[in-house]
Ligand binder design. Structure first.
Ligand code: GDD
Ligand code: MG
Length: 372
């Protein structure tokens, strides 16, 4: 690390090789159940690769080399796949919380594993096209203690609302409030000076959103917002999950971790698709998936080994590993757990979730969570 870079506020960043990354991946992914019963949310396949692999490809492309994963729930699934990170051009280290420490507690908990003066912290479920090196450059120019990536959304009440002044200085941080003052929200990516991480209390649950950010603002710390309008999506809900995967497949969302070139559909080796079947809308098929005659799969994610029988239609849905969708069944906006069986001509619509291993054998049964 060259001191000259941080001590001269107008010198542009010359890369991120002196910045380390921390990725928060300890959440339970409750809104994505039942898929997250067996795997952590960032390990779910999207566009043919675990979601985290796409995020890591962006971190690597920004020039960051060392990444610490703050894990808790299903911690073993991360190290089993990513190992020491060398396969991905990274050095990956793992820290496991015995019980979840919250977002701020998780950041404090990795302090002794990071040595860079500036640390880039990511929520592990965000798909984003933000210019990471531009954000690092901005942080240095502002001589900020903390910089937050901010984006605008239609419904800010589900996020942290973050008003800024004309210079980009953060005025308040309001996590999930009913009447947010601005549609500009916390996009889940931060730059922290290491000294700020040191100031977070150790050994207890801390919310970075509800405790650390308000506390820094009350103490007049230099907290800045890097506002940007590039692609942005939180993959926390089933609808967002299928959207994010389809956008990665079609090249709408940025990644350099696609296992095949971007197109309208992504198919992993071993998948067998009948010539009369149609695959559209950014659908991703995992390994050894089978799709029968005249089946139609649109905008969906189909995990390894799943079977979609003849004439079935699957739209904007997630089909778990080895699940079977019977002939003529209609599945839309649904989540089907691993090894579940949806009987022939069943209709599953509008947010229905089928738990792993459940069998719905009756032909012609219609399940819908709404009036559709
Ligand atoms: N290690 C660890 N320990 N990680 C955690 C813990 C924990 O106790 N709790 C949550 N995380 C991780 C999750 O795995 C996820 O990657 C990230 O922290 C954020 O948690 P979510 O549960 O996805 O939060 P959210 O989406 O409701 O809200 C957050 O993200 C929004 C942007 O999508 C907040 O940061 C909001 O302010 C923000 O607007
Ligand atoms: Mg989230």
């Amino acid at each position: 690390m060259s001191d000259a870079v941080t001590s001269d506020p107008i010198r542009p960043a010359d890369g991120a090789d002196d910045v380390e990354a921390v990725i928060l991946v300890g959440g339970k992914g409750t809104r994505l159940r039942p898929l997250t019963l067996s795997a952590a949310k960032p390990m779910l396949p999207t566009a043919g690769a675990p979601f985290l692999e796409h995020l890591l490809s962006r971190v690597r492309a920004a020039g960051i080399r060392r990444v610490v994963l703050g894990t808790s729930y299903r911690a073993e699934t991360f190290s089993g796949y990513f190992g020491d990170g060398s396969r991905f051009g990274l050095e990956i280290d793992y820290v496991i919380e015995d019980s979840p420490l919250g977002t701020g507690g998780a950041i404090r908990n990795v302090l002794d594993r990071v040595s860079a003066p500036t640390v880039m912290i990511f929520n592990g479920d965000i798909l984003s096209g933000v210019d990471l090196t531009g954000m690092i450059d901005f942080h240095r120019r502002q001589q900020a203690d903390v910089t937050l990536h901010l984006t605008k959304v239609d419904d800010p009440s589900a996020f942290g609302s973050v008003p800024t002044d004309p210079d980009g200085r953060v005025q308040a941080f309001l996590e999930k409030t009913e009447n947010p003052p601005t549609d500009q929200i916390n996009a889940g990516c931060y730059l922290f000076q290491r000294t700020v991480i040191e100031s977070i209390p150790a050994g207890r649950v801390v919310s970075v959103e509800r405790e650390t950010f308000p506390g820094l603002l009350a103490g007049d710390a230099r907290v800045y917002g890097y506002v940007d309008s590039s692609y942005w999506l939180d993959l926390g809900t089933p609808a967002a999950f299928v959207q994010g995967s389809a956008d990665l497949v079609r090249g709408i969302a940025p990644t350099s971790a696609l296992p095949a070139p971007a197109g309208d559909v992504l198919t992993l080796p071993g998948a067998v698709v009948a010539p009369t079947a149609t695959l559209t809308g950014g659908t991703a098929l995992g390994r050894d998936v089978s799709v029968g005659d005249d089946a139609a799969v649109a905008g969906s994610v189909v995990f390894d080994g799943a079977v979609i029988e003849a004439g079935a239609t699957v739209t904007r849905s997630v089909i778990g590993a080895r699940a079977r969708i019977g002939a003529g069944a209609v599945v839309a906006d649904a989540v089907i757990g691993d090894d579940a069986v949806v009987g022939p001509r069943c209709e599953l619509l509008g947010g229905i979730r089928v738990w792993p291993g459940v069998e719905l054998p009756e032909a012609g049964v219609r399940f819908s969570s709404d009036a559709s």
